[in-house]
Each structure stands twice: as C-alpha cells, then as structure tokens.
Design a protein around this ligand. Structure first.
Ligand SMILES: Cc1cc2nc3c(=O)[nH]c(=O)nc-3n(C[C@H](O)[C@H](O)[C@H](O)COP(=O)(O)OP(=O)(O)OC[C@H]3O[C@@H](n4cnc5c(N)ncnc54)[C@H](O)[C@@H]3O)c2cc1C
Length: 447
C-alpha cells in the first residue's frame, strides 16, 4: 500500500495512548455515520508497543493522593473493565500497604474513593493490618505497617498482549497503522503556527489534526513544535520559579524473580491483588544480612504468567544527565545506559523477602536479562494533556500512563470538539497559574 499523502487525523506513536485514541476516534466517526478508512493513520517509527507500553509492569490502580488523578483513573478502570478478556486485563485488585508516615494520606485517598463510589476497604492499626494480610498470605511478615488500603477494583494487564489486541481492533475499524516510519518534524501553514503536514522519513502527510502519544519521546515532539524548553512555574506556596526545565527523566526500576508464578498466589489459591508496600522498617539483605537502608523504601509485585515469575519494581531514580542530552534510543532493555542493575535486584528481592517468608533466599532466581526503562516527567510529575498551535494535541502522561487507557478516549472526544472536564486539571497553563496537584508523603514521584 502506498504511503498516504493525507489523513484527517495523524496519530504519532503506537503505544497505549496513540492506539486507544484511534480506537475512540474510529468509534465516534462510525457513530456519526462517517467513513473511517483512510482518515486515521498511526505513524510508528519502530513497532507496536516498542516504547514504554511494551515494557510496563501493567499495574492498574486508583490509589492516587490527587483527586483529579483518582477521578481520571476511575474512568480508565471502567474502560479496562469493559472488556477484561479482550484487553488481557486481570481484575484482581490492588493493595497499598504503608507505615505510619503515609497513614493520613492513604486515609484521605480512601475517604475520597468512597465519595466517588470506587470500591475499597481501609484497615488501620498494626495488629489489624497484620491479621488482614495474614488472612491472604500466611507467611506475611512486613514490619511497621499501620494501614492497608485494599482497592477491590484495578489489577494488572499483560502489556504486549493488550497492545496487539488493541492494534488488531483499530485496524479492523479502518485505522491504518504504519510502522517503520519516523516523524522528523512538522510543516506549518503559512502565516500561522498550525500544523499543515507531518514530515517523515518516507514523505510528508498533510492533516487536519495531529495527536502525539510519544511516551518517553515527548521531549522531542515538544521541541519539534517549538514549545518552551524552560517554563515559569508557580509552586503550591505561590512562589514563582523562572527557567524550570519542562522535562526531566527518571529510570523506572523493574525486574522478575523467575519462579513458578503460582508461588505468588494467595493461600486460597486465587491470584492475589497487586501488592504495593511502602515502609520505614529497616531493610535487611536476604543475601548477607547487611542493612540495605533504614530510610523509607517501597516496592510492588504480582505473580505474572506473561513475564513468567514474580514481577514488580521499586522507586525510580532521577536521571541526572541534562535533559537535552538524555539518549532515549535504543529504548528500554536495549539501552546501554538505562536498565535496572544489581543494586536494584538486591534491594527488590530483599524487600520481597521482608514482606513474605516464601521469598527468603531467592536472590539466585532473579532474572539476568536487562529490564526497566526511562520515563519522561513534567515539572510536577503529573501529565500534560493539551492542545497547541490550533491542531496539535500532546498526550504526555509523565509516565503514569499504562493504566490510563481511557485518556485516549477523552482526547478523541476533545479532538472532535467536546471539551472533557476530566482532562481540565492537566492543561499546560497550570504551571504558570500555580494550579499544581497536591503532593503526598509517598516515596514515588507519581503518587
Ligand atoms: C519500566 C516501566 C514500567 C511501567 N509500569 C507501569 C505500570 O505498571 N502501570 C502504569 O500505569 N504505567 C506504567 N509505566 C508507564 C507507562 O508504560 C507509560 O506511561 C505509557 O506506556 C506511555 O504510553 P505512550 O503511548 O504515551 O508511549 P509509548 O508506549 O512509549 O509509545 C510511544 C511510541 O512512539 C514511538 N515514537 C517515538 N518517536 C517517534 C517518531 N519520531 N516517529 C514515530 N514514532 C515515534 C515509539 O517508538 C513508541 O512506540 C511504566 C513505564 C516503564 C518505563
């Protein structure tokens, strides 16, 4: 098939956001009795799920301290629940298990989940938490835990399976996905900044709208659109900061313990909720008994038949390389620079053993292949979903995004002219206006 000269909607990136935007756009056009064929094109430089969406842990949760994030996640969980089998989604629930410094924050999350009708239970107090957890896993032994938020919805999905299913779905609806095409820049209308054509290494495509779901490559598209590399930001105290970098990178630390995933099941034989533990208990090495840290630490994990073991991660670390010099390609496990190392493996497996006796001494089972990858974050570590230059839309999820499958749906509606209230708290002008999201006591930049 020839490379197209025009498409009404050009979507860049065949990750979760690009493909789910195409899904809703195609659905809406069909509802209006309009043609889809030839009107929506996804351009992807590599292959489907070649970016962050292909390496995500796949956790789907609502547990966010920020009300706007929670409402948005509840919307996305509805989308996951609309077709669990088709989306390879496992609705096993999610548990935020924390020590005292996070008790109040998590209590607030619980109260607000009740207010929006998101089903969860909240257990408080050391003894109550220990016995709740031992009711699920008899070998539970995590220390200093004083609150457990058990979200009955959410769980995890199998990233590449989900992505291939989604790609298949949109292609059947008439969307064209063209892989192996690299977008190089944009041609603007004369006398205006709106995008007239998308320039690629295979030629130019004129378009009415361009929608960018570029994950870690958000920085590059921001620059291609001539948006400011540095911004003015008003913080939560009303103080103004000039010259703040718009983007920064963090390395997401993840890995797999190669054991029979059944080892991670609950005592009653069911697949347990995704476990997320944040505690200030001393973390002792399961290898040599040394103290790894006495500071707050956090991990998450789940048995995963797609990854072939117990899969999970820990807090990310900030990439200190100046933002313009960060080498994104080759991405993920292929990167020579940004992969999870031995220090992470030691910490994570020791933390698993801290939580459950069954993982003690299992360091030799940690997989040896590279894992993890970088994410592109905004100045407040929350997404920017916004429209620029009249017809360019950016979905920059600040690495929150596998779970946010519903964002593409909301974006599709906005592109077709219906502003979505759920997206309003994520506009770019919040930095200048000082309308930032509240921050919690979690050790993660994304909670
Ligand atoms: C290790 C890790 C674990 C994670 N775990 C979770 C999790 O458990 N739960 C969760 O909710 N989120 C998780 N995330 C975050 C989540 O993966 C991302 O937020 C989300 O996948 C981003 O999706 P996207 O569609 O924006 O980008 P991507 O999936 O990265 O897709 C962008 C696509 O754009 C393409 N592209 C880039 N440049 C060009 C160009 N010039 N021309 C054409 N195409 C181009 C890329 O090849 C890529 O395929 C994790 C992230 C990482 C790195």
């Amino acid at each position: 098939m020839a490379f197209p000269e025009h498409a009404d909607f050009v979507i860049i990136g065949a990750g979760i956001h690009g493909v789910s935007t195409a899904w809703k756009l195609a659905e809406r056009l069909k509802e209006r009795g309009e043609e889809v064929e030839g009107r929506i094109v996804i351009l992807e430089k590599s292959g489907i799920a070649a970016g962050a969406s292909g390496i995500a842990c796949g956790v789907v949760r609502n547990n966010y301290f920020q009300p706007a994030m929670r409402r948005l996640m509840a919307h996305s969980v509805d989308v996951w629940e609309s077709d669990p089998e088709g989306l390879s989604y496992h609705p096993v629930g999610y548990m935020q298990i924390s020590s005292e410094s996070m008790h109040d924050d998590v209590g607030t999350i619980f109260a607000q989940q009740q207010a929006i009708g998101y089903e969860s239970v909240f257990i408080e107090g050391g003894n109550a938490c220990d016995s709740y957890m031992r009711g699920i896993f008899g070998d539970w032994q995590a220390q200093n835990i004083t609150s457990v938020l058990h979200e009955k919805r959410g769980g995890f999905s199998n990233q590449t399976k989900t992505m291939y299913a989604l790609a298949d779905k949109v292609e059947k609806m008439g969307v064209r996905i063209i892989t192996g095409v690299t977008v190089k820049g944009f041609e603007t209308e004369s006398g205006s900044s709106s995008v007239r054509a998308v320039e690629t290494d295979k030629g130019s495509i004129t378009c009415e709208r361009v929608i960018i779901g570029a994950g870690p490559w958000a920085r590059d598209f921001w620059n291609m659109l001539d948006l400011p590399k540095q911004i003015t930001l008003k913080d939560l105290n009303g103080e103004t900061h000039e010259g703040v970098d718009m983007w920064r990178y963090w390395q997401l630390e993840e890995g797999v313990l190669v054991v029979d995933p059944d080892l991670g099941k609950a005592d009653d034989g069911t697949v347990a909720p995704v476990i997320h533990v944040d505690t200030d208990a001393a973390l002792i090495s399961t290898v040599d008994g040394s103290t790894i840290t006495e500071d707050m630490w956090g991990i998450y994990y789940k048995p995963d038949w797609h990854f072939g073991g117990i899969q999970g991660g820990a807090s990310p670390y900030k990439v200190e390389t100046p933002v313009d010099e960060v080498q994104i390609d080759p991405y993920g496990p292929s990167s020579p620079e940004f992969v999870s190392g031995a220090e992470f493996a030691h910490m994570w497996v020791s933390a698993l053993a801290h939580c459950q006796k069954r993982y003690e001494g299992l360091m030799p089972k940690y997989h040896k292949e590279a894992s993890g990858g970088i994410g592109c974050f905004t100045p407040d570590s929350f997404p920017v979903f916004d429209h620029f230059h009249d017809n360019a839309t950016i979905i920059a999820d600040s690495n929150h995004g596998w779970k946010m499958i519903g964002v593409g749906h909301l974006i599709a509606d906005e592109v077709l002219g219906e502003t979505q209230e759920l997206l309003e708290p994520f506009r770019f002008d919040r930095f200048a206006k000082g309308e930032l999201h509240p921050v919690s006591n979690s050790p993660y930049p994304w909670s």
